[in-house]
Design a protein around this ligand. Structure first.
Ligand SMILES: CC(C)(COP(=O)(O)OP(=O)(O)OC[C@H]1O[C@@H](n2cnc3c(N)ncnc32)[C@H](O)[C@@H]1OP(=O)(O)O)[C@@H](O)C(=O)NCCC(=O)NCCS
Length: 197
């Protein structure tokens, strides 16, 4: 399955502008512009009004140990780092780009609502964050994850946390998982196509 983000006008012209998602031939098309009707999945920057919905989405997965817990205040304080996927029912996915210096950044707080999992929304969110990171000069984009395979499919190689002293210094000492960290570090070098590094 391949995902792509296309403009709503193109989806409509191709006859894809029907149904709860614009699905055709196993490909989910997440439309990328603001004038898409409620039936589509839209990727956009997060807004202050999204804080509660984002907090609730992240909290569900934090309770399952899949994401680190975040308070509502932490989500609000970093809201400008988030990209959200929105469908007719509201916020259906998110991911954040957290900088660790001019050339290093993390994809974090990545989540897709159960109702949309497996339909390439997560891929589209990560690809959007990759584009955002590249546009701001980031050279290495990493994640700490229990979903190594998902990131490997998106061009991230599995590495070791010791490759990222900036991350260790900033976060590991205060992390609730510090004594028994099960997260896997995945990293993608930007500025080259996936699989070519
Ligand atoms: C992980 C998550 C974000 C994936 O989002 P999604 O929208 O379901 O994933 P997609 O449909 O975009 O999948 C893209 C590709 O990754 C694969 N994939 C999805 N989840 C995977 C997993 N857990 N392990 C391995 N591969 C996975 C898909 O099969 C697909 O591969 P393909 O293109 O070769 O068919 C989503 O399942 C989620 O929110 N999980 C709970 C929270 C979580 O674990 N977040 C990640 C923490 S870093």
């Amino acid at each position: 399955m391949s995902a792509q983000r296309i403009r709503w006008s193109e989806a409509a012209a191709a006859g894809l502008a029907r149904g709860p998602l614009t699905v055709a031939g196993g490909t989910v098309r997440v439309v990328a512009d603001e004038d898409a009707p409620a039936a589509a999945v839209l990727l956009r920057r997060a807004r202050a009004a999204d804080v509660s919905a984002l907090y609730e989405l992240l909290e569900r997965y934090a309770a399952q140990g899949l994401l680190l817990p975040r308070t509502r205040e932490q989500v609000a304080a970093t809201i400008e780092q988030f990209t959200v996927a929105v469908d007719a029912h509201g916020v259906a996915g998110c991911g954040a780009l957290r900088p660790y210096g001019p050339e290093l950044a993390e994809v974090c707080a990545l989540a897709v609502a159960e109702r949309l999992q497996g339909q390439s929304v997560g891929r589209c969110i990560v690809e959007s964050i990759v584009e955002e990171a590249e546009a701001t000069g980031v050279k290495r984009l990493f994640a700490l994850t229990l979903r190594e395979g998902f990131f490997n499919r998106l061009g991230f190689r599995t590495g070791r946390i010791t490759e990222l002293p900036e991350k260790v210094t900033a976060d590991c000492a205060g992390c609730p998982k510090r004594s028994a960290c099960d997260e896997i570090m995945v990293v993608r070098e930007l500025g080259c196509a996936p699989g070519t590094h």
